[in-house]
Design a protein around this ligand. Structure first.
Ligand code: CP
Length: 306
């Protein structure tokens, strides 16, 4: 990916470490919010096509587009579109592509964003495809880690919870491995990281694998919690067996390093108790807020304004 102008953003694997750093540099510039930045995308239209629920990703993309002076076509409710009449994804994309300059898509099927990119002439950004990837989340996750810790290489990062269905941890594992962090996989047996991802990433980057968070929490610089993805389970009895696998409390944090940071892509259900929110380790709200400079940077870059 040499420069992002005109590019689709489908997988975190499309980014080299230096390209990720460049996105961070542009995000730093975006945080300044100057007059020039606020009109960078004047006259441009972003289509937000969310076939699955979202709060953070959808609203931060929409806010980012508005903050850059652009406009948004909202596709948040498929019931009010011809998708409800049975129109297929390819035709829907062809039409929306002809009305907009960039498409942001979230879909329940893995591979849907890549398929959309095949039928769109404008850039397509994957805002989460089933249990596949969530590359823009990973960029804001890495940005949050770098801001808190100063660097990412060599850090010990625990990925905790639903490593099977969680698209955020799939993208993050690829990126951490590429950058040279040490990954600790913490999940119930039923929710382990898929083999195809483990075989793709650098073996040396996996520092540990366990079902018990207490075995490794004291070693971690970053504790990355995830929600068990109820919507991906065919059998809710199976979900019930693991839905409360891990809950971080103030007592749990007493065993963590003093300066360990606690992250979560959110929404959380019961993975982090509310009394942890006021601890200085808690970075998940700052993490969600970082969606704005990162997504402003990505929109400006794919539309050739930066
Ligand atoms: N982190 C994340 O993707 O949140 P939303 O589902 O609310 O967009």
């Amino acid at each position: 990916m040499a420069g992002l102008k005109g590019s689709d953003i489908i997988s975190i694997n499309d980014f080299s470490s230096s390209e990720i750093e460049h996105v961070f540099d542009v995000a730093d510039t975006m945080s300044k919010g100057t007059k020039t930045i606020n009109s960078l995308l004047k006259g441009k239209l972003m289509a937000a096509m969310f076939f699955e629920p979202s709060t953070r990703t959808r609203f931060s993309f929409e806010a980012s587009m508005h903050r850059l002076g652009g406009d948004v076509l909202d596709f948040a409710n498929t019931e009010s579109t011809s998708v409800a009449k049975g129109e297929n994804l390819a035709d829907t994309i062809r039409i929306i592509d002809s009305y907009s300059d960039v498409i942001v898509i979230r879909h329940k099927y893995e591979g849907a964003a890549r398929l959309a990119a095949k039928f769109a002439s404008h850039p397509v950004i994957n805002a989460g495809d089933g249990s596949g990837q969530h590359p823009t989340q990973t960029l804001l996750d890495l940005y949050t880690i770098r801001k808190a810790k100063g660097n990412i290489k060599g850090l010990r990062v625990g990925l905790v919870g639903d490593l099977k269905y969680g698209r955020t941890v799939h993208s993050l594992a690829y990126a951490l491995s590429k950058i040279g962090a040490k990954i600790y996989l913490v999940s119930p047996e039923m929710l382990q990281m898929p083999d195809h991802i483990l075989s793709d990433i650098n073996k040396a980057s996996i520092a540990g694998k366990t079902e018990r968070l207490e075995d490794v929490i004291g070693e971690l610089d970053v504790i990355y919690m995830t929600r068990v993805q109820k919507e991906r389970f065919g059998d809710l009895n199976e979900y019930a067996k693991v839905s409360r696998a891990y809950t971080i409390t103030r007592d749990t944090m007493a065993n963590a390093q003093k300066d360990a940071i606690l992250m979560h892509p959110l929404p959380r259900i019961n993975e982090i108790s509310a009394d942890v929110d006021s601890m200085k380790n808690a970075k998940y709200f700052e993490q969600a807020a970082n969606g704005i400079p990162i997504r402003m940077a990505l929109l400006a870059m794919v539309l050739g304004a930066m």
